[in-house]
Write a protein of this length. Structure first.
Length: 320
């Protein structure tokens, strides 16, 4: 059970609003990554976005008087989460997008609640593998196969990109329950924890970003703006919002932000990058989301609600 945020640090912004803003921000992140890749190597895209995000969050802390975590144990957990949520998956997604479209990467990201569920079932003995959860995981896996269009065959580069994105999603699946267990109940504010986490992620990638070599393209306004948005919004403010959602609604609900991120990823990928959407990609995305809904008992709950309504109106129908 997630411990609520400390009253002194409770956000005035309803978590539902934060949820929508977070979905839009992370949906656009796949577009912004494509822009950054015009001049930066994948690991440099990950490092720069984290460095900008850390600067933005530390500035917010300085302006608002929020203190960074003090306990060493908290920093150890933040380091682990930074690796699982920032350093590794950001690099994998950026690398994946050198082989596949941002739209496809955004749709694959929708599998995050399924990987989260799989890890929760393994990490939390009290969580039982119910029929809904097993069926949901199987349906979600089928949806991934539809998304990538396995029947059409893919080139080695595409498979490499898809595998990288799936690896990133798996990291997210491990990170959500880890955050639930070790960070969600701490008294520090979401901004404080996010600043520490993103700063750790940036420091981890600093040497790799330097060793990746010089820029491979001409710096123009688009990649600069893309990286600024990716860093300040996608890797800065977004993580403060994510902590708020985890505390207010729980990690399972927080992970379902990926219900909406594909919609934003598709919209901006088509509108601003000129990418095309193959019919099986959104269809597979819907199957993935159906698997998520089944695994969380939402389908059974909806069917039960409809059945109860029908039973409630049955006497009136009979009377007529």
């Amino acid at each position: 059970m997630t411990t609520p945020a400390h009253p002194a640090h409770a956000s005035r912004l309803p978590w539902q609003v934060s949820f929508l803003v977070l979905a839009a921000t992370w949906g656009c992140s796949f577009w912004w990554m494509k822009l950054g890749l015009e001049v930066l190597a994948p690991v440099q895209v990950a490092f720069v976005r984290l460095a900008i995000g850390a600067a933005a969050l530390l500035l917010i802390c300085a302006v608002t008087g929020v203190r960074l975590p003090r306990r060493l144990s908290t920093w150890r957990h933040l380091f682990v989460v930074a690796m699982l949520v920032n350093s590794i998956p950001f690099t994998l997604f950026a690398y994946g997008e050198t082989h596949i479209a941002s739209v496809l990467a955004g749709i694959i990201n929708a599998a995050t609640p399924l990987t989260t569920l799989a890890v929760i079932l393994l990490a939390f003995p009290e969580e039982k593998p119910t029929a809904d959860r097993v069926v949901g995981l199987l349906v979600g896996f089928l949806g991934i196969l539809v998304v990538v269009g396995v029947w059409e065959g893919l080139g080695s580069g595409e498979w490499t990109g898809i595998a990288a994105c799936l690896g990133a999603v798996t990291c997210y699946g491990i990170a959500f329950p880890y955050t639930r267990r070790h960070l969600a109940g701490l008294p520090e504010s979401g901004v404080s924890l996010a600043a520490g986490q993103v700063t750790c992620g940036a420091l981890v990638l600093l040497p790799l970003g330097v060793l990746a070599g010089p820029l491979h393209g001409t710096i123009t306004l688009e990649p600069v703006l893309g990286m600024l948005c990716l860093g300040a919004l996608g890797s800065g403010i977004a993580f403060a919002l994510n902590y708020q959602i985890v505390r207010a609604a729980g990690p399972s609900t927080a992970s379902t932000v990926t219900y909406l991120t594909p919609l934003f990823a598709i919209a901006v990928g088509v509108a601003f990058l000129g990418e095309t959407v193959v019919w099986h990609e959104p269809l597979g995305g819907l199957v993935v989301l159906l698997g998520v809904a089944i695994s969380q008992g939402r389908v059974r709950g909806a069917v039960g609600a409809v059945t109860r309504r029908m039973r409630g109106t049955a006497p009136e129908i009979a009377a007529d």
